[in-house]
Design a protein around this ligand. Structure first.
Ligand code: ACO
Ligand code: PYR
Ligand code: MG
Length: 365
């Protein structure tokens, strides 16, 4: 593809002295990417006690941080990273991510130069907003390599793109494949809606006007018998499905994004669950009350793990077909069950409560 590195150069460091790019993106649990504003003293004070209770803590520097607080947020994040034990750095229970300012903003260069120099060894992933195409990832890729080399880092910092422009959606495959640093994609429903000129005013979630109406039921005299029901549809289905395919193709991870109606945990849970079922590995949490929802939704249920283990056991060498509870299982349903079993094992490795629940599962023949 034009502008892409040749296969032989794809995994070469982009600066002398920069760490070797990873061949495979580590599958680290990231059910909840919890956003906080490092310039908000009350939020910042809560961060140390959140380590170990949430998979990812993300210091947000972009939208939702007031322009006057941009520098305070950047320096606040450096301070928090330095002062908080077991936060980020490629191991430990909670990863440290940041969302930098947009690439055309006056703040982004200082965001990257400061953060990589000061806390690059702790920073696991840099989230880049409003990514339009591979050229944005190439810019960040080279700059990170130069800064990593200067800071003497031995582990590459990964990059996550937010899909929040129509052009970004159109270029989704080239964005995912632009660099071995690419860790994943998140949906940016608020900016994306504005860029597409959608007629919504929300941050993620459904809309009561986006419906399908059932056909009229007529009597033999051609009179309508009852009111026709409507069914609300998911505004984000198309975009999430594209993200899942593009990410799966490139071996990276898709995430839902923000659900702005903090006061509606039920609808929040539904949106998160749709994303989980379609293939997303996690979501953002904007408020502490959303963390438990994300953790619950993006961890396979005990019933699903029990069923998956039963299929694995029944399928023996993994070939052929068997009947379980009146249903046919074969190589393909086994593969789905293995996705569930592997995710459960991975999560049990970092979540003692889940480990206890999964360990207690008894699988009958
Ligand atoms: C479209 C996008 O770009 S989405 C991404 C950008 N947006 C964000 O990052 C938003 C992050 N979240 C927030 O700013 C806040 O949660 C808000 C503005 C939504 C609500 O904040 P508040 O009105 O303070 O909520 P609330 O009163 O319920 O907070 C309860 C407590 O939780 C704290 N809290 C709220 N949000 C967070 C958070 N994200 N992380 C840690 N603590 C938090 C509050 O400081 C408050 O602390 P206190 O008990 O010591 O007073
Ligand atoms: C997530 C985000 O930044 C947006 O929805 O615009
Ligand atoms: Mg946005």
């Amino acid at each position: 593809m034009t502008g892409q590195r040749s296969p032989k150069d794809f995994f070469r460091p982009l600066a002398v002295g920069a760490p070797e790019p990873l061949r495979e993106v580590p599958a680290r649990p990231s059910r909840a990417i919890h956003f906080f504003d490092p310039s908000n003293a009350k939020m910042a004070a809560k961060v140390p006690q959140m380590v170990g209770t949430v998979d990812v803590l993300l210091g947000n520097l972009e939208d939702a941080v007031k322009a006057d607080n941009k520098e305070a947020a950047r320096h606040g994040l450096v301070q928090i990273a330095r002062d908080t034990a077991n936060l980020g750095g490629g191991s430990g229970p909670t990863q440290l991510w940041t969302r930098i300012n947009a690439l055309d903003s006056p703040w982004v260069l200082d965001d990257l130069t400061t953060l990589v120099a000061e806390i690059g060894d702790q920073l696991d992933v840099v989230m880049v907003p409003k990514v339009q195409g591979a050229e944005d990832i190439h810019y960040v890729d080279r700059l990170l390599a130069q800064l990593e080399a200067r800071a003497g880092l031995t582990r590459p910092i990964l990059v996550h793109a937010i899909l929040e422009t129509a052009r970004g959606v159109v270029n989704i495959e080239e964005i995912c494949g632009a660099s071995p640093r690419m860790q994943g994609l998140s949906l940016g429903p608020a900016d994306l809606a504005a860029d597409r000129r959608m007629k919504t005013t929300r941050v993620g979630g459904g809309h009561p006007g986006y419906v399908v109406r059932e056909d009229p039921v007529l009597t033999s005299d051609n009179v309508e018998t009852s009111q026709r029901r409507t069914y609300q549809q998911d505004l984000w289905h198309y975009t999430i499905a594209r993200m899942v395919d593009a990410c799966a193709m490139h071996g990276i991870y898709p995430y839902y994004g923000p659900f702005g109606d903090i006061s509606d945990p039920v609808a929040c849970e539904d949106q998160f669950r749709n994303a989980f079922l379609l293939g997303c590995v996690g979501t953002w949490t904007l408020h502490p009350s959303q963390i438990d929802i994300a953790r619950r939704v993006f961890s396979p249920s005990v019933d699903d793990v029990r069923h998956a283990r039963r299929v694995v056991a029944a399928m023996g060498d993994g070939t052929g077909a068997v009947m379980l509870d009146g249903k046919m299982e074969d190589d393909a349903s086994l593969k789905q069950c293995l996705v569930m079993v592997e995710l459960a094992e991975q999560l049990a490795g970092i979540d003692p409560e889940l480990k206890e629940q999964y360990d207690a599962i008894e699988v009958d023949a």
